[in-house]
Design a protein around this ligand. Sequence first.
Ligand code: ADP
Ligand code: GN1
Ligand code: MG
Length: 375
Amino acid sequence: MNDRSSTVAPNLREISALFDMRADYIHGVPYGSGHINDTYCASYDQAGLKPLRYILQRINTNVFKTPERLMENIARVTRHSLGLLIEAGNPEARRRTLTCIPAIDGKPFAIDALGNYWRVYPFIERATGYDEIETNDQAFQAAKAFGNFQKLAAGLGGERLHETIPDFHNTPKRLEALRTAIEADPLNRADGLKAEIDFVLSRSNDCSRITDLIAAGVIPERVTHNDTKLNNVLLDNETSEGVCVIDLDTTMPGSALYDFGDMVRTTTPSTREDSIELNNLDLRIDRFDALVCGYVASARSFLNNAEFENLAFSGKLLTLECGIRFLTDYLLGDVYFKIKHPEHNLDRCRNQFAFVAAIEKRLPEMERIVASHVG
Ligand code: ADP
Ligand code: GN1
Ligand code: MG
């Protein structure tokens, strides 16, 4: 069972002292609804100016096995973004990209007395990460921002980024991991999951479409975000514009389709990811239209034909993959994703599979929409 949430609350004042904050700690609280890291929002007094807020994050080293390399990636990508924003004369450059606050030793992370890895970012104010979409414009703005992130990352010079989680979106390998979990079945859960397992197995041929196209050189490797769920881009509270792409742990070599597919997964369903009301679960075609429109606005200049042709399919594949991962984690005893109740991963898996079925019905319409934006 994933019990990180029950570990002793960290002393955020002591964590702050590991960083070059130039401000006095006031107080801090757990923050956000991410499934992976432990995130806190803390307030500070900077020579009488308060409260200034920062995000303090304990990196999940069960998930990210090489945190120093991960932070090297993030430091490179964020420095690159900041440089471009400043060059373009953006008056709020530090609201438009994450910036790593250096630790006392100058590194972009610090290690506490217990061996935990921590990082600190300025809190991006007057912007929100939505767990559930509310308007079509949010889909448009999120897709535009993630497309811009890909464009900007394409200009990152130097060595290939580290793979922080190898084979992260290799769906055939995710399927293999599910098969292994079914075999091992440490909690005797597999017998009760026949419908879910059959759902996946009957779609096993879909799993290798993108990886095959990459292997054949038809779809290029790019620097991608790889975790483009809606709450990983902060939208301006007034204008809805995507002001800052966050959660950069999986920014590494990948496919543009991984990013677009995960946007479809999280912006077009009519329910949230863990809803158990599945009867009317559908893909909102108006949202999909807005999503494609936003993505094409920023990515049209660099996507190739094969990428365009697979945009709609990527939504199905990334949703299937995510469902496979929730199911695998449920079978293994909830060791990866944070859960709020014992059946949480199973609820999420059933939701994702119901959404895959909904996408399948809408695929021809989705293809037509993509074509209308590209043509
Ligand atoms: P996880 O990997 O667990 O999803 P995230 O990096 O996405 O962690 O952070 C969790 C949540 O914290 C985000 O969804 C967002 O709401 C909030 N958050 C993270 N970084 C910032 C930031 N710099 N400013 C404001 N909110 C942030
Ligand atoms: C995790 O970290 P977060 O909550 O933004 C996961 C994604 C999944 C998503 C499902 C590093 O995203 O891959 O798609 O949960 N991140 C990692 O909600 O595994
Ligand atoms: Mg996140």
